[in-house]
Design a protein around this ligand. Structure first.
Ligand SMILES: C[S@@+](CC[C@H](N)C(=O)[O-])C[C@H]1O[C@@H](n2cnc3c(N)ncnc32)[C@H](O)[C@@H]1O
Length: 235
């Protein structure tokens, strides 16, 4: 091997090591550390990550068209970011509560869509803690929030979110495949099964999985990111 290709190989190896270490560090962050990261991100004026919605997501539209999200159903938008989805759903006639634990996101949501109306309100709240608002909802939508919750805090998430969803209502979760893969420590391609088992372990007492399929989390700057779309029915 020539000097040039050896150098190139080393560079690639170092890059892969750095990537693995970044991933490991992210996996080990506590809820509070993640909270601070989200506060810092949403506090930036220019923060507009690739998954941030600028148009209504097709996979949620399909759930509306197919009746999984019934017309006029009350919706809680879990980890709503700056409120785009909440506001769109409210404009379609759904009463919506959006909440996020990053206060700067909620400040931006209120600036964009108003402090509070009969069909739309926003709260700063942590999905793993008791909620500061009352009421239950026919539908919960979690687009990319549960997948950022540290594994050790996931039972707390279920404990807080489950009482918000009415019996026979549903919880919709969009969860990136690349994050589901972190549950799969082996080499075999069992990610779907391992991830589904993980969800069943956590949610089984209260929910049954009704839909579990591959989809994409829409990105505005790129192709859709592969993801799982899960619909869980509340018992
Ligand atoms: C990937 S972003 C998705 C935001 C929004 N759902 C969307 O699709 O644009 C994840 C969001 O979840 C919020 N989040 C993460 N953990 C949370 C928690 N424990 N409670 C409430 N919000 C949380 C973050 O602040 C962030 O806004």
């Amino acid at each position: 091997m020539g000097l040039f290709s050896r150098k190139k190989k080393n560079k690639q190896r170092n890059k892969a090591k750095a990537r693995a270490s970044r991933k490991k560090n992210r996996d080990n962050l506590s809820l509070e550390e993640k909270h601070q990261i989200w506060i810092e991100r949403w506090g930036r004026d220019t923060y507009d990550p690739p998954w941030n919605m600028h148009t209504f997501p097709d996979n949620i539209k399909s759930l509306i068209d197919g009746g999984t999200i019934p017309s006029g159903a009350g919706i809680v938008d879990i980890g709503c970011g700056t409120g785009f989805l909440s506001a769109e759903l409210s404009a379609m006639g759904h009463p919506v509560v959006g909440f996020d634990f990053a206060e700067p996101a909620i400040v931006k949501a209120k600036q964009k869509y108003g402090e509070e109306s009969e069909t739309l309100s926003f709260y700063t709240a942590d999905a793993t803690k008791p909620m500061p608002f009352k009421g239950t909802f026919r539908v919960g939508i979690d687009r990319g929030t549960f997948h950022t919750v540290p594994f050790v805090s996931r039972y707390d998430y279920v404990k807080s979110i489950s009482p918000l969803i009415e019996t026979d209502g549903c919880l919709v979760i969009l969860y990136a495949l690349r994050i589901a893969k972190r549950l799969n420590t082996g080499k075999s391609d069992q990610t779907g099964k391992i991830f589904r088992d993980h969800l069943e372990d956590l949610f089984a007492p209260d929910f049954v999985i009704e839909k579990f399929e591959e989809t994409g989390i829409m990105k505005h700057s790129d192709e859709d990111e592969p993801a799982f779309l899960i619909v869980m029915r509340k018992k």
